[in-house]
Design a protein around this ligand. Sequence first.
Ligand code: 5GP
Ligand code: ZN
Length: 113
Amino acid sequence: MVNENCVFCKIARKEIPAKFVGESDLALAFWDVSPRQPLHILVIPKLHYANVAELTLSDEASMISVMKLASELAIAHADESFRISFNTGEAAGQTVFHAHAHLTSRTPKVEVA
Ligand code: 5GP
Ligand code: ZN
């Protein structure tokens, strides 16, 4: 459930800094350090799961929390056009092996840095 060397576990434990944008009981959201769209937020379960399949099949409550927080932030920060995606596996572009949703939009409601 916790991985000592995982960068997102360290962010969840507040051991390394991140620009937080939302939180719920089981999920945490922060701005992607290297945004690839005008709106680019990461939403993670507080507990460590390697990818979205492991998260969904092991812990439905955390999965629902991730999707609810991502949806709330999409409504708050994007217009009706946004994407919620989970890269899974190296060949699909996953580089951090702690499950995370990318919330991205080309049309944020406000300019974000
Ligand atoms: P993946 O490539 O695994 O789907 O997505 C990992 C994402 O995490 C990338 O978009 C990358 O920019 C972001 N990222 C990696 N390390 C950090 C970090 O320390 N802080 C923040 N805020 N984002 C990070
Ligand atoms: Zn982790």
